[in-house]
Design a protein around this ligand. Sequence first.
Ligand code: FMN
Length: 318
Amino acid sequence: MKLPELRISDLVAKIPVIQGGMAVRISTGSLAGAVAATGGIGIIGASGMSFEELAHEIKIAREKAMGGIVGINIMFAAREFLGIVSTAIKEKIDLIITGAGFSKDVFKIGKEHGVPIVSIVSTVRLAKTAEKCGAAAIVVEGKEAGGHLGTDRPLFDILPEIVEAVKIPVIAAGGLINGALIAKALKIGAKGVQLATRFVLAEECNASLPYKKRYQTASEDDVVLIDSPVGMPGRALRTKFVDQIIKGTAPKPVGCDFCLKHCSLKYCIVQALIRSQKGDIENGIVFSGEKVWQLKDRTIKPAKKIMEEIIAEVEEVP
Ligand SMILES: Cc1cc2nc3c(=O)[nH]c(=O)nc-3n(C[C@H](O)[C@H](O)[C@H](O)COP(=O)(O)O)c2cc1C
């Protein structure tokens, strides 16, 4: 199967693969730029970044992208949601993907500045609402995805319903770890796919080496669901800290800056994600997709190589 182009508003990606945004500081400018340069869409995970840091990462991505498409991902649950959106627009971002909650205001801002807004949804109801509010496209995320989850249903259960329900482009996400699954999603009617877990093992990915090694050694039993203080479940790999969350003994936040609009304050998820990004994975949270252990090749390689392999795998499918 030949990969089609992906059109979102006036943007045209030669390869219909979006590298999913990964916070905190897992997908930064270097990964987003490298993916954009291959003809896909590179996304900076902006949740947990300051405005200055985001502006800097967008510049890094642009320098590497060779004119390719660069976007940001920001979760609605972040207190600084609108500030991050404004910063990205000021830095002339190509598109904004929003997840972990739903904002109607952001569509108005996007329209005013001509920046397409893409919503991550997991239900027909939210897909229709996003379309009505002016979303340029939607990402349909199944329960196989990494990070915060909006559903317990598999991608291939939800995808056909949503493809049927909306007219805007639908992008499939969650567990698409090989070309056969990507081709399956496209044949159902998805116009593109969003992948994250596979890109954590890119050289340009900003995760620490211990984080990437955790991906390389993970078995099926290591993939667990945790209760996030955001109020949603999250998919992560077992570490000492994750075991404490599951047992209810994780340490309470210290020096909280109230970065979330609503937080259970059971533990600090941002600090735990930052610790693992920097290398202290046992005292942190390593978000991961459900199928990490099924990846055929878990070596670390350039993002360009990963994209070439994805294209070759899809082309092998009749
Ligand atoms: C390490 C990691 C961090 C993530 N962080 C975010 C995030 O900040 N915002 C978001 O909307 N999705 C986040 N996700 C979800 C991805 O962007 C993507 O939609 C999903 O993981 C795709 O499934 P896959 O990982 O099986 O390819 C994250 C996923 C991973 C693996």
